[in-house]
Design a protein around this ligand. Structure first.
Ligand SMILES: C[S@@+](CC[C@H](N)C(=O)[O-])C[C@H]1O[C@@H](n2cnc3c(N)ncnc32)[C@H](O)[C@@H]1O
Length: 273
């Protein structure tokens, strides 16, 4: 089922430094806490994967979701495979493997999966599709490896939905635009998932939208890296120094006054082959 020859041939190029990417290993642990509810909701779609089947977490990062599913579905006689193209993520994930949890992690590219056709009962992808510039190729590959009757479940952050309620609308519009059209490869992925699934042939599509509200500037910086993004926009000349300072001051003022608010939608989408 897992094609070991292909896994050895995977090439991962660190063409973006961790600072340029919108996540790193520590960031994934922080968001693990915040997104717990939505993550658990996504696991439930794969709960009824038939006995003896395989569940894949694609773009598994540090592997925490796969290990949670392995623990939650213990007794269902399932095999769990995590795949990520970043060897550092996979080494971190391997630290979580327990002796009897039937979990394996592999370095591999989502566009060239090291898996046989129809080898998988369920596949999960969280915050992966936003990084894929050619989503049609990804969904073709996902469709290939899922069994008839198997399910794909996707969790995505909707970068287009970020809203601030603290003044300075012009800079927040520019930030929104920067994140959804420049910074993130496929920053509008969340709003396109049902279309991607339908176009390749998945049916019984479901969609759930959950708004996340951050009520301090510190949380917005921790979970959405707002301070880093605004600073990056300044270095790219997308905003002026005055716009930068005014935006940050408006957020801090709202915080001090107790009315800071920033929200973003997270979607969970699923489909059956
Ligand atoms: C934002 S992280 C999310 C990680 C994990 N799914 C989670 O929710 O904690 C995106 C992950 O996708 C991986 N990734 C990005 N492009 C990929 C590709 N083409 N093939 C495999 N993994 C990829 C990254 O290395 C990273 O670990």
């Amino acid at each position: 089922m897992i094609n070991r020859l292909t896994t050895r041939n995977q090439v991962y190029s660190e063409n973006k430094t961790m600072a340029e990417k919108h996540y790193n290993i520590d960031y994934l642990s922080e968001t693990m806490k915040l997104l717990q509810g939505v993550k658990h909701k996504s696991y439930t779609y794969l709960e009824s994967t038939p006995d003896g089947g395989t569940i894949v977490d694609l773009g598994c990062g540090t592997g925490q979701d796969l290990c949670h599913m392995a623990r939650a579905f213990q007794g269902n006689n399932l095999h769990f495979i995590g795949i990520d193209h970043d060897p550092k993520m996979i080494s971190k994930a391997k630290e979580l493997i327990e002796t009897d949890n039937n979990v394996e992690f592999f370095v591999g590219d989502a566009l060239h999966l090291p898996l046989d056709d129809e080898a998988v009962g369920g596949i999960r992808m969280e915050r992966l599709v936003q990084h894929i510039a050619k989503p049609a190729a990804l969904f073709k590959e996902v469709y290939r490896v899922v069994k008839i009757g198997g399910r794909a479940v996707i969790v995505e952050s909707d970068w287009k939905s970020i809203s601030f309620y603290n003044g300075n609308l012009s800079v927040s519009d520019k930030l929104n635009n920067y994140l959804s059209t420049k910074k993130v490869n496929n920053g509008k992925a969340a709003q396109s998932l049902t279309t991607y699934l339908r176009n390749i042939g998945f049916r019984e599509i479901t969609l759930e939208v959950t708004p996340f509200v951050l009520s301090s500037y510190n949380d917005a910086c921790t979970y959405l890296w707002i301070d880093k993004m605004i600073a990056e926009m300044l270095t790219l000349d997308l905003i002026t120094q005055a716009e930068h300072d005014d935006f940050v001051a408006a957020q801090k003022y709202a915080d001090e006054q107790g009315f800071f608010s920033c929200s973003m939608n997270i979607v969970v989408v699923s489909g059956v082959k």
